[in-house]
Design a protein around this ligand. Structure first.
Ligand SMILES: Nc1ncnc2c1ncn2[C@@H]1O[C@H](COP(=O)(O)OP(=O)(O)OP(=O)(O)O)[C@@H](O)[C@H]1O
Ligand SMILES: [Mg+2]
Length: 362
């Protein structure tokens, strides 16, 4: 599958733009602050319904204007599809698939699987757990709509529970009402824990293979689910910590505190890995994500590489580029040197300047 074209209107720094992609490797190069990331962001949003950097639609609308439009054509199993997004300043966005408006954004997920890789992703192993949870949630939501439903419910219930905990501290008679919320929280929480366990098991297998190749089988890589609590023990743990939760006004146990553990030769590289080990593992994780999406959904995802090549040494660059030759890729960069060095085959090169995208003949 591949994205055929995208049209932007009043999106970020674009007044209007129309870009026709190659199904292979597309390069967007240009100076800083010209609109490269904005363009990749619009593609990402088309697949996931949101930006990778902002949760607020209004930030995506060109300053001084009221609404933005994105139209994207993509091809999947020989058929062409159209996605339309209408972003408004004060109202929720409208989305249509092949001209038919959808009611829930979740209907979009999985239509156009996308993997976004940015320099921040290279710090995923070294940074705190919230980024790894976000990774899990975004990837799993693209692959499994019921996961997204459980997650949305869980987050909602968690918010309600935390509010209630704070109220109970003042009005102890409300304590009884906690049972009902906890029951629902446990039910959805258990599902999330189970699904994450399965998914991380699949990532582990895929990553072991990719990481082995990346490091010449020098290191033994493992990914483990570091759940805050197991599905079986969630009920008991939540109950035991109730008094403490009331005192602090927060829920101290549950999958909202989960993490993933990355081990090389049994050493936890989140804390003890070298910078290089952490980055290599992050690269392997991203590549695993691509292959897993392919395996589970049967579609090859679109890969967006935002400024990430210059962050990798030539050995890792080459490995990455060799391993993505079968999927559509959109790469942003400030210069073309890296490609000359890696002798990579480029299908289309675009020059981005002040919100204008021009095809550059090689
Ligand atoms: N809502 C908006 N309206 C107008 N301009 C915006 C909006 N949001 C962001 N911009 C501007 O878009 C410009 C281009 O941003 P973008 O992140 O795409 O740059 P880039 O080409 O990726 O640069 P770099 O190489 O530094 O990453 C920035 O100058 C930014 O201020
Ligand atoms: Mg950028």
């Amino acid at each position: 599958m591949f994205v055929e074209s995208i049209q932007l209107n009043n999106y970020r720094n674009y007044d209007s733009a129309d870009v026709t992609f190659s199904p292979g490797v597309n390069i967007f190069y240009g100076n800083n602050a010209q609109g490269k990331t904005n363009l990749l962001e619009a593609v990402y949003l088309s697949g996931t319904s949101r930006s990778h950097r902002s949760s607020k639609d209004k930030e995506l609308i060109r300053f001084g204007t009221e609404e933005a439009h994105i139209r994207l054509f993509f091809r999947k199993q020989e058929l062409s599809h159209r996605l339309d997004f209408h972003l408004k300043l004060k109202k929720p966005k409208g989305i249509a698939i092949d001209g038919i408006p959808i009611k829930k954004t979740s209907e979009l997920l999985g239509m156009l699987p996308i993997v976004f890789f940015s320099p921040e992703d290279l710090s995923m192993i070294k940074n705190g757990p919230s980024m790894r949870r976000k990774f899990l949630d975004m990837e799993m939501s693209q692959l499994d709509r019921t996961y997204l439903q459980y997650l949305t419910n869980y987050n909602h219930l968690l918010g309600e529970r935390n509010n209630l905990l704070k109220q109970i501290a003042v009005f102890p008679q409300l304590r009884e009402t906690l049972d009902g919320w906890d029951e629902q929280l446990i039910m959805t929480g258990e599902k999330i824990i189970e699904k994450r366990g399965t998914f991380i098991g699949q990532i582990d297998e895929m990553m072991r293979e990719i990481h082995g190749k990346l490091t010449g089988q020098q290191e033994d890589m493992k990914v483990r689910y570091e759940n805050n609590v197991s599905a079986e023990e969630f009920r008991e743990a939540l109950f035991q910590r109730r008094d403490r939760d009331i005192r602090t006004g927060t829920t101290s146990v549950g999958p909202h505190r989960d993490d993933m553990e990355f081990l090389i030769n049994e050493v936890d590289i989140r804390r003890f890995g070298s910078q290089g080990q952490q980055r290599t593992a992050a690269l392997a994780l991203k590549l695993s994500e691509i292959r897993l999406i392919e395996q589970i959904s049967g579609d090859k995802p679109i890969l967006l590489l935002d400024d990430v090549l210059s962050e990798l040494d030539s050995r890792r660059q080459n490995y990455l580029l060799e391993n993505i030759s079968d999927i559509q890729t959109m790469i942003s960069c400030t210069g073309l040197d890296d490609f000359v060095n890696t002798r990579m085959h480029l299908d289309k090169v675009f020059y981005v300047e002040q919100g204008a995208v021009r095809e550059y003949t090689l």
